[in-house]
Design a protein around this ligand. Sequence first.
Ligand code: FMN
Length: 337
Amino acid sequence: MDTVQKFLTTPLKIGDKVLPTRLILAPMVGLTHLALRKLIQEYGGCGLLFTEMCSARAIPSENPRNSPYFKFLPEELPFLTCQIVGNNPQEMLAAAKRIEELGFFGVDLNFGCSVANIYKKQSGAYLLEEPLLASKIISLLKKHLTIPLSVKFRLPQETSTAKVKELAQSFEQSGADFLIFHPRKFPDRRNRPPRWEYIEVVQASVSIPVFGNGNVFNPKDLKNILKTGCAGVALGRIAAARPFIFAELCHNFTPTKKTYLEVAQKMLTYLQNFFEPVRALRLFYKWATYFCANFDFGLSLYSQLKKANSLEEIEKILPHILTLNPLTSPNLLLLGN
Ligand SMILES: Cc1cc2nc3c(=O)[nH]c(=O)nc-3n(C[C@H](O)[C@H](O)[C@H](O)COP(=O)(O)O)c2cc1C
């Protein structure tokens, strides 16, 4: 076991709970659904899972049996955090209380989403420009919750060391138990590299754990991001592409060609089991963009899959995966880089 693995598999205490590893899943709309989470858990190595972002307004009345996004299995709750998005403290509290009652590991506040319709509603990354409201939300939830409360955020518009430090410290003082930090600013998309040097600033200015996030795709990236001193790392797109990445990085799991086929077949089955057919097909296509990034000629696999019009047809194409050569590092163009 090398030093990175030793660090990653050193349990991390958060409140009165313990994460088995320091490598966690970053929340992603349309990707971190129940099917992907189930696959990730089967391979192991992931310290904490996240739902997709859920509207705080909707959560109190959402029915997990038929909700397309607020859907989970009882066995994943001890290591599943639900991310909520909104800006009304009372609505956020009502959502958080329900999440706690249901038995989730924790509640995460989305202060990082820069998608236009969220930002325009003065939620997500907008709250970084309203630090008093952001603090009010955190302290209100902290006062009423016993489960861990985390904040996922990005770089604020005014990108200076002083501003980033001030934000991180205000989150800690208001009661956040840990932070997940993606150092890109709105409206920068993924075409610019994240500014990892700010992860160092954030971790150095607070005493709670900080999970660094952004563009970690392989062991070398992981080693480099850990130089910032962060307590752990959150993986986004690479976890969709390689649900076994946590097992690779923490436990030396080595995928074979058969592993890739197994992943795609299981994804198809789980999506069919958990979602109605039209949604299952849509979610499969969304996921397939990331999965195909694993292969030389991945784009041609994607076009083949895209031509199929049903889950049954997709199933027939999947064995073709065995004829492809997996790349050592994924095709960043397909990952949206
Ligand atoms: C398709 C997609 C959906 C995302 N949805 C969310 C979300 O719901 N909540 C959130 O906090 N971040 C969301 N993100 C951002 C990721 O959590 C993460 O911060 C970002 O992808 C950088 O990490 P990566 O380089 O490991 O992918 C999303 C990213 C992607 C690619």
